[in-house]
Design a protein around this ligand. Sequence first.
Ligand SMILES: *Cc1c(COP(=O)(O)O)cnc(C)c1O
Length: 403
Amino acid sequence: MSNRPRSPGRHFLQIPGPTPIPDRVLRAIDMPVIDHRGPDFQKIAKRVLEKVKAPFKTKNPVIIFPASGTGGWEAALVNTLSPGDRVLMFETGQFATLWKTMATNLGLRPEFIESDWRIGADPAQIEARLREDKGHEIKAVCVVHNETASGTTSPLAEIRQVIDKLKHPALFFVDAVSSLGSIELRHDEWGIDVTVAGSQKGLMLPAGLAFNAVSQKALAASKNSGFKKSYWSWADMLANNANGFFPYTPATNIIYGLDVSLDLLEEEGYERIFARHKRHAEATRRAVVAWGLEVLCKDPKYYSPVVTSVLLPPGHDADAFRAIALENFNISLGTGLGRVAGKVFRIGHLADTNDLTILGALSGVEMSLELAGIPHKKAGVQAAMAYLAEEARKSTQKLAAAE
Ligand SMILES: *Cc1c(COP(=O)(O)O)cnc(C)c1O
């Protein structure tokens, strides 16, 4: 234990996941453990396995593993593909890079469209590569929906259109770990074959659940997959899930939490949630620009509603800056990962958050820029406030007009 005095108030957890857990969800998790093979849990599991389809916008099964999101990647790959298969991936940032490494480790042959982490997955480059693949050697296209490392979001519907236009039979896999429940995603309509997600970001839960939403095409592919698997087998899961059970112990208390967090999403309404994330992202970018700093994502088409990565001027260490913010204002900002380590810090603006939380976080950043001696204009919070006040005015007018 350190001898620092206690920090009163809530810690500002402004990293892009794990995200703060709402009180109602915490209370739901704080329950006695029950028999996961008994009738009470069976009832909850049946209900949750149905309800969890909503954020994915799917009518197909959603498989829930007791795992972190990374486990969901592995499950998607080993259930549908065979060793030696080619997979096409786009280098949006660190998470795309890690997924590629996993594919290599599993004995797949990833083709990586390299990029500078400053844009999302570019449909035109994916189209060009698929067009060359006349023999249909590429068995899957893997895209990170929201690249949490760089703060870019990829246009999934456009990528789907490219695959369809070329009549390419590849499966379409999407990492939605940091987008599910925060950015619109339509698993069925966009023809996604496996959507991978995790519990600790937009779903406002502790880490510990990994999701695979599947398609009929993915289920068919799973019958011919050449990978050996056991823990990750969809077949065992689906057979057990049909009765509200799991082949091994599920993360029961996190599933109680999921039951409630899905209610919270429903109560706010997905459209409103997506708009809120865009608003907070815009407020954050306005602050960054007003400070005179640079957003890592360089093309507005790919701006992330969930996280903003901010480049510091050369000669300033982003991790030293983050340490100053934590020390002085009890705020955790996201670290730069991989090739942008030390160069960027990230502001998470997702999940259970509101205008004043964002403004508090931006105030912490602005004061920390001052303390760290990073050149900036003291106009960021002001710019964010002006934008959010104007948005609030518009929303009040809209509500009044609707009455
Ligand atoms: C957080 C995250 C992951 C990894 O999830 P873990 O739960 O840490 O395994 C994967 N992809 C993206 C886009 C993420 O944001």
